[in-house]
Structure formats: C-alpha cells, structure tokens
Design a protein around this ligand. Structure first.
Ligand code: AHG
Ligand code: MN
Ligand code: MN
Length: 342
C-alpha cells in the first residue's frame, strides 16, 4: 500500500487536534492556500491572457504595479471578505489598512501580505511568490487603524509564503516547526512534502544584488571577498534571482545567506518589514536560522509605519552571525576563528 500522502487540510486538522495550532489560524491558512491556487492558475498562462504587463498605476512604494500584483491583491481581499476570519488586511499594494466589514468576534486577526513578490520576474517567466503573516489585532483600536500592527514580529501567530516556480510550494510556521507542501496540480491539493524543515547551520551560497556592493557598509564587501574564489575563506557561489521569496526558499533548504542592506541613499534598504522581512524571519528562526537588520533581530523591530523598510540579513545562523560580527568591527580572522569554535 502506498504511503498515505497528507494533504494541507489533513495536516492542519491534525495540528488543531494535537493543540499545536488554533482552528481559526488553520482556517486562514487553508483560505490562503485556496487563493494561491487561483493565483497560480493565472500565472501559468499570464502571457496568453489579459493579465500580462503593467496596471498603469504607481503604488505607495513608488513602484509601477503589474496587473498580476493588483489581481493577486484583489484575490486576497475577495477571499477574506465575509469570511469572518480577518478584521483587516495590510498589503504592499494598498496605501491604507483594508478593514473587512465582519464584526464577529472571531475576526480578531490581521494579515500582512505581499501578494506578488518578485514582480519584476513576471515578464520573463521567473520565480515569484506570495508572502504572508497572521497577527492578532493587538489593541482595542478599531481595526482600520495602522497601529494595530505596530507590534514586534515576535507576536506573529503564523507566517509563510507560496512559491510559484516549476512547482508551487506553500511553506509556513505557526510558532512551531516549518512545514512545506507541494501542489499536486492534477488533484488540486497541496501535499506535505517537506515536514519539519531545518536551515543548515551554514551553507555555501550568498545572495545579494552585488551591483550595490560599493554603496553598502564595507563589511559586506569583506564577507563577499572572504568567500569569493581567491579569498581566504571557503569559496561560496553567488545565487540571486531577484525575488526574495525564491532566494529565501533556496537558503531555507540549502543554507547560506541573503542580504539586502541599506546604503548611503536608502538607509533602510528596499525590503518592507511587515510583509517581507518579518514573515520570513518568523520562518527562518522557526527553522533554526536567523534574521537581523544587521544589528537587531528583525522580529524585535516595532513598526511605526505600514510600509516601512528595513535592511535584511537572513539565512543560516553562522553566516548571519558572521556578517553581524563584521558589521560590529570584527576582523575576518576573528569571525573565522569564532565560526570554527562555534
Ligand atoms: P516586490 O516584487 O514585492 O516589490 O519585491 C521585490 C523585492 C524582492 O522580491 C527582491 O529580493 C528585491 O525586490 C530585488 O530588488 P533589486 O531589483 O533591487 O535587486
Ligand atoms: Mn516583495
Ligand atoms: Mn510585491
């Protein structure tokens, strides 16, 4: 008899039975999965239909909006409107909080979402993804106020992403282990394929837009030089696919480090805290890795604006710690000896 394949729904029901997760968080995760199946169906043929190209609008980030950015954003609004699951939604594509009309008590959760991460890859059939985090509404403030999410990422109840690649994978953590599910497109179900994912303590790849190296803190140049061929450290490979969710997923499975630092013109870098850095930091730490802004844990940063950005260094614990030590002024030799002794 073939081994029983566990669907996402069966997995979530077992998590509730065991007390590892709450029923309303599981219902939200199940609805996210359904919405992402619809997103994937559109992605698989975007070049053939009306969703190719640009929306013709500029979003709050000052970035041109792809039609699929907007489609994915509206998909999540539609899936949760009237569901009684969420009181509000914070989206990369919406300047303000979207509050749902549900006033039932269970609608005590807020979701932060990057509906389509890596949009610049859309026109070249590259990897893209959806990143999400579920938070409890933190204050009695009405749920259309941004301040409901001005709490540290340590308060996220669950977080994860869906990766639209050759396969479609859903990866999440809800305070415990990190689990990965792969979509069986013939059946239309996500099946558990990567139970209890752990990030290797160290890897052999670094990931960053090295065209910006000269504008970053010199510690990044030191780290890259140290791990480049001809450097005096272990030579790493460079992997950078321009979609945070795809670069992070590779690191989650193989180890290594991704960095998007600030620079002299953009001290907070490019990536957004609430719906990019904090959700992935939740997953990284749950898998035994680390995520900082170069100085402090991403999960301890308290937001004071919906779309605030943060520098990000995320991945294997050893590499994140090594970069943090270099940023604090340590020499590569000191960092290497510390790594050897850890
Ligand atoms: P989004 O498409 O949601 O705006 O995110 C794009 C982000 C992130 O996915 C990626 O790591 C980064 O932009 C790439 O930035 P550069 O093009 O500056 O390297
Ligand atoms: Mn993004
Ligand atoms: Mn996006």
């Amino acid at each position: 008899m073939t081994e029983h394949r566990l669907t996402l729904t069966q997995h979530l029901l077992r998590e509730v039975q065991s007390g590892a997760a709450s029923a309303d968080i599981d219902a939200i995760l199940a609805e996210i999965a359904t919405a992402c199946k619809e997103a994937r169906a559109q992605l698989a043929q975007v070049g053939l239909g009306p969703l190719a190209g640009m929306q013709g609008a500029i979003n709050v980030q000052g970035e041109a909006v792809h039609k699929l950015d907007w489609f994915a954003n509206n998909l999540f609004v539609e899936h949760f409107e009237g569901s009684g699951l969420l009181c509000s939604l914070i989206s990369e594509e919406l300047e303000e909080v979207h509050h749902f009309d549900d006033d039932c008590p269970s609608a005590g959760h807020t979701m932060c979402i990057d509906p389509m991460d890596g949009s610049s890859n859309l026109d070249v059939d590259g990897v893209v993804g959806t990143i999400f985090a579920i938070r409890r509404k933190a204050t009695e403030e009405h749920h259309d106020k941004p301040s409901q999410v001005y709490r540290p990422g340590t308060e996220q109840l669950a977080a994860g992403y869906v990766l639209y690649g050759p396969q479609t994978m859903l990866v999440y953590a809800a305070g415990g282990s990190v689990h990965g599910f792969t979509l069986d497109t013939a059946v239309g179900e996500f099946f558990l394929s990567h139970p209890d994912i752990r990030i290797p303590d160290c890897g052999s790849e670094f990931s960053g837009n090295l065209s910006r190296l000269a504008a970053w803190n010199p510690a990044f140049k030191t780290f890259v030089g140290h791990h480049s061929h001809g450097g005096d450290g272990e030579p790493y490979s460079l992997r950078y696919i321009g979609a945070l969710v795809g670069d992070f997923h590779r690191i989650l499975l193989r180890g290594g480090v991704f960095f998007y630092p600030g620079d002299v013109n953009n001290r907070q870098g490019k990536l957004r805290l609430l719906y990019e850095a904090a959700p992935l930091a939740h997953v990284a730490e749950a898998a035994g890795g680390a995520a900082t802004d170069g100085a402090q844990r991403i999960l301890e940063i308290v937001p004071n604006a919906l779309h605030q950005r943060t520098p990000l260094v995320i991945g294997s614990r050893d590499e994140v710690n090594a970069i943090q030590s270099l940023l604090a002024g340590a020499t590569p030799a000191a960092v290497a000896s510390k790594g050897a002794s850890s």
